[in-house]
Design a protein around this ligand. Structure first.
Ligand code: SF4
Length: 404
């Protein structure tokens, strides 16, 4: 079992971004060719990516495209996904340069935006009208429990999010399929958050991603020539708390980018104290990203954080009930042994975390199959872990569970 100690600052250092040749900057290559899109665009299928942009086009996750019937294929262990994850799309792509992200700006040097991998999978581009036509036929019977619009850093991001959201809520009752917004605060104002709510969004999340200001700056701020600021992300997160209210806002956090377990759990506690939730991802070295040379989060570290986060988010355990060692690792979850055993055996703590669907509050609609690990070494389970999975999880938890 790997026991690499998470040390702050240096051990998870991204590569420096290289300069993009002028002829590849800002999607110039795609815009100059100006090939009109025809229907669904499957990444890497064409010689050149067509000129597609939101709000007419959006990208959607592989799992969502399979569930929607737009693409063939199967996913290991999952029949379908319960969340229709949409991503805004433009030839010039995201203008930020986050070190762990497959969509980052530096990738324009060698890959058109519509062809880039993101959280380990391809994202086909589809006309928004086609998606709505399929789902609007019978929203109540849809496999989707939720729809989510992911913004990127782009000058049109807010306006196009509003348009996509309005197109959806005009035809699909948000009570039948609620909508989440995964925001990109850098270009947003408080009024934009309010407009998302007024147009029918149910939950508003902020892709904070980094657990501390230092990790944030190193992986998605000045450290990689990216425009994001920790303070701006918090400003919009607090706007979301005011506007959307308790249990209707949250933050995405990636575990294993150099923070300690204690640091990430302090953030989880802070979000719960504010009335929100954390949605967690295990760091995985995305191919082509500025961190693709670094190790994925050791499974023992990830499992402890997953379990502790679940206890704080859903079982009223507080971080001050827990104990940590000198390296900030969890050594006591603050729960009596038999209770902890039962929670581990339920397995929900180890499933993908995210906005809820229609099953129960602590089961996420958004299961992001294999978005943070390969199926051979699952980090977030996109399905209910079975007996053999729980056995593996128990081994990975590494610290013997205290039995009273
Ligand atoms: S802002 Fe989001 S999409 Fe853009 S590079 Fe950063 S993580 Fe990726």
């Amino acid at each position: 079992m790997s026991c690499i100690e998470p040390s702050a600052n240096t051990s998870m250092q991204p590569r420096s971004p290289q300069k993009t040749p002028v002829e590849r900057r800002n999607g110039k290559h795609v815009k100059m060719n100006d090939i009109p899109p025809e229907g669904v665009y499957l990444p890497n299928n064409n010689f050149m990516a067509p000129h597609m942009k939101s709000p007419e086009y959006v990208q959607l996750s592989n799992a969502a495209a399979i569930t929607l019937g737009i693409m063939g294929g199967r996913m290991y262990g999952c029949e379908c996904t319960r969340c229709l994850n949409l991503l805004l799309t433009y030839p010039e792509g995201c203008r930020a340069n986050c070190a762990y992200c497959g969509l980052a700006r530096h990738r324009e040097a060698d890959r058109d935006y519509a062809d880039r991998n993101f959280i380990r999978v391809d994202w086909p581009a589809v006309p928004m009208a086609e998606i709505i036509d399929i789902v609007a036929k019978d929203p109540e019977a849809s496999p989707f429990h939720r729809m989510c619009i992911s913004m990127i850093t782009h000058p049109r991001s807010e306006e196009d999010t509003f348009t996509v959201l309005k197109q959806w809520t005009d035809r699909i009752d948000p009570d039948a399929i609620p909508v989440s917004i995964l925001s990109n605060p850098t270009t947003m104002k408080r009024a934009d958050v309010r407009k998302c709510r007024d147009l029918g969004a149910d939950i508003f999340t902020v892709a904070l991603d980094a657990a501390t200001p230092e990790v944030f700056d190193r992986t998605r701020g000045k450290g990689v020539q990216s425009p994001h600021k920790w303070s701006k992300y918090w400003e919009i997160l607090l706007d979301a708390k005011d506007i959307f209210g308790p249990q209707k806002f949250g933050a995405h956090i990636i575990v294993g980018m150099g923070e300690t377990e204690r640091e990430v759990l302090e953030l989880v506690q802070e979000l719960v104290d504010l009335g929100g939730h954390s949605h967690m991802f295990c760091f995985f070295p995305e191919q082509g990203s500025l961190m693709d040379h670094l190790p994925a989060t050791p499974r023992d570290q990830w499992r402890r954080v997953q379990l502790a986060r679940y206890l704080i988010d859903y079982r009223n355990v507080r971080i001050d009930h827990m104990r940590f060692d000198d390296a900030g690792r969890v050594v006591d979850y603050g729960v009596p042994g038999p209770e902890l055993q039962a929670i581990i055996d339920e397995g929900i703590a180890f499933r993908t975390s995210g906005c809820p669907g229609k099953f129960q509050d602590d089961i996420s609609a958004c299961d992001r199959p294999y978005g943070d690990s390969p199926p051979s070494d699952i980090a977030s389970y996109p399905f209910q872990p079975k007996k053999k999975d729980l056995k593996k999880i128990r081994r990975q938890l590494d610290i013997p569970v205290r039995v009273e």
